[in-house]
Design a protein around this ligand. Structure first.
Ligand code: IPM
Ligand code: MN
Length: 359
């Protein structure tokens, strides 16, 4: 397995180090080998060279089986510049059209939702990752004048909807939730009567090929209420790019915050290269202190393994994470874990050999 590693900025390299430590231990236990390519892409390099992704960078990544990304974002760089120039660029250039974000409350982790536990908060968001308002289509008219007009166009293509929704149905079928297989489309087809009409029609058509999956629908505003009131309702949510961005932050906080939330930018086509990342940012103020929580990064590594031909090792890492949150850590907040960043990595490594990969 060839893995490209972009540690990135701030605390990105620190959490990446722990994820790689866990990868090494998982490979030994799982009997597979891998090669790492360390890439220095990020803000430091940008500040020196003016370049975010080097020329031909996407091709370098395509030659790998997967990408691990720590975090990007730097106080000396205009907010959003690197995020857009690196993260969004790579999603587009590598056509990573699925953004997979599990919302899973691990044992021992505190949720702000009263009376809810790990059995209640366990669903997955399948966010479309290449279209919608993120396509970068728009413009200004009479810019800088009192009569200025700006447009930002959301696009939805039939092909884009179909490949994402088919993947979501497949995923729901394979996830095989014992409580019932349910895919909830989260959109706003009462107001977005063109774009989300296409999404809705495509959803209904694709649903016919999956009679064993309940094809369900929620408006996005109502979904925000249900995610808080009855998160146990959800199995898998399919949603458009912009709504997915918003509801997955809500998802992250109910699963214990940015210290634990992980995601994958997936190109599921054969030969596609996917990128896994902790959902939080680079948290520059904690850089070098050894206090940042590496669990989100380790969770992203579990996802990488799961989706890059080592599902058993991925499940083993996920089980080890849960054993550590459930029996060792005091909190998931930076500086309050009861352990340093590298000690948390060590605990996961230690737990790996005792957990069963079937959890
Ligand atoms: C995310 C982030 C990105 C997004 C930003 C950094 C461009 O918020 O991965 O959810 O909006 O998709
Ligand atoms: Mn986001």
């Amino acid at each position: 397995m060839k893995i490209a590693v972009i540690g990135g900025d701030g605390t990105g390299p620190e959490v990446t180090r722990e994820a790689l430590k866990v990868l090494a231990a998982a490979a030994e236990l799982g009997g597979f080998s891998y090669e790492l390519t360390d890439l220095d892409w990020g803000s430091e390099r940008y500040l020196k060279t003016g370049e975010i992704i080097p020329d031909g960078g996407a091709d370098v990544l395509r030659a790998h089986d997967a990408i691990f990304l720590g975090a990007v974002g730097h106080p000396d760089v205009t907010p959003g510049l690197i995020e857009k120039g690196l993260l969004l660029q790579l999603r587009f250039q590598l056509d990573q059209y699925i953004n997979l974000r599990p919302v899973k409350l691990y044992p021992g982790v505190e949720t702000p939702l009263a009376g809810k536990g790990p059995d209640d908060i366990d669903f997955v968001v399948v966010r479309e990752n290449t279209e919608d308002l993120y396509a970068g289509i728009g413009g200004f008219l009479k810019k800088g004048t009192p009569d200025e007009v700006a447009t930002q166009t959301a696009i939805y293509s039939r092909k884009g909807c179909e490949r994402w929704l088919r993947w979501a149905f497949d995923f729901t079928q394979k996830r095989n939730n014992p409580k019932g297989k349910r895919l909830t489309l989260v959109a706003k087809n009462n107001v977005l009567t063109f774009g989300h009409d296409l999404v809705w029609r495509t959803f209904q058509e694709v649903a016919r090929d999956y009679p064993d999956v309940e094809a369900d629908y929620n408006h996005v505003d109502a979904c925000c209420m249900w995610m808080v009131k009855n998160p146990e309702y959800y199995d898998v949510i399919a949603t458009t790019n912009m709504f997915g961005d918003i509801i997955t932050d809500l998802g992250a906080i109910i699963q214990g915050g940015m210290g634990v939330a992980a995601g994958g930018n997936i190109n599921p086509d054969s030969g596609g290269t996917s990128m896994y990342e902790p959902m939080g940012g680079s948290a520059p103020k904690y850089t070098g202190q050894g206090v940042i929580n590496p669990m989100a990064a380790i969770g992203a590594m579990a996802m990488l393994l799961e989706h890059t031909g080592q599902p058993e090792s991925g499940r083993r890492v996920l089980a080890a994470i849960q054993s550590v949150t459930g029996t060792k850590m005091k909190s998931q907040a930076a500086g309050k874990m009861g352990y340093s960043t590298s000690e948390v990595g060590d605990l996961v490594v230690e737990a790996l050999s005792s957990v069963s990969a079937t959890v």
